[in-house]
Design a protein around this ligand. Structure first.
Ligand code: FE2
Length: 224
């Protein structure tokens, strides 16, 4: 069993950690709390239960509502929020051997396009928030001591200046020719922790044999 310290070191070094059958004897909440501090976000349960949904049966303004059982493109979670959650944890409750969760290192995007260019690239949520159409930077350093933040979502974000038009096009090209890491949440407890300020993630399509897949998700504000 990986220790919380070893998990934290992996995530800080690589941007992610995968642990097979993590705390199978416990519920997801306990497993998550052993790794870090749960970030309870407005409108979200502490632990969210994710199941495959067709476009017609899902809430319209969600990934399932847009992509249904098809492939989920690479994104960072809640990229249209002013401060997206730092870490995403996904844990298998009911496994599926033919569905892969994909992870791509955003550091490659920053290395290719440059911090300064991405910092100048302004995007805005597809729909206005309660504060109107807020301007957000594709790359930012929200807190001095807390590292940098890359946000990416081809569904929920729109370009708000010329630099962003170019950045969105170039990021899409980089993603298209990249080779992501792939993880299977196959056995109960299989757990993937992702630094949501650094890594992009996505999901392959859901076949008929994987319709009962169930993944438990939480957001963490810090790792132990
Ligand atoms: Fe996501």
């Amino acid at each position: 069993m990986a220790s919380a310290e070893a998990i934290r070191d992996s995530v800080h070094r690589d941007g992610y950690a995968f642990i097979a059958e993590f705390h199978v004897e416990h519920e997801a909440l306990e497993a998550f709390e052993s790794i870090g501090k749960i970030d309870v976000l407005e409108g979200f349960a502490s632990v969210q239960s994710l199941t495959p949904k067709s476009e017609t049966s899902a809430t319209p303004n969600t990934y399932s509502g847009n992509y249904g059982l098809g492939e989920f493109p690479f994104h960072t979670d809640l990229a249209h929020w002013s401060l997206p959650p730092r870490y995403v944890v996904l844990r298998c409750e009911v496994g599926a051997s033919s569905v892969s969760t994909r992870v791509l290192d955003g550091a490659c995007v920053i290395d290719s396009l440059g911090e300064e260019f991405l910092y100048r690239s302004l995007v805005t949520p597809r729909r206005p928030t309660q504060y109107g159409y807020q301007l957000l930077r594709v790359f930012d350093k929200p807190n001095q001591d807390d590292g940098s933040l890359l946000r990416w979502d081809s569904l929920y974000l729109r370009a708000a200046n010329k630099a962003a038009v170019k950045a969105i096009d170039q990021i899409a090209q980089l993603i298209a020719c990249s080779t992501p890491l792939e993880f299977l949440l196959r056995s109960r407890g299989d757990t993937l922790i992702v630094d949501n300020w650094r890594m992009l993630h996505g999901r392959s399509s859901i076949g008929a044999d994987s319709i009962s897949r169930n993944v438990q998700r939480a957001y963490l504000s810090e790792l132990k």
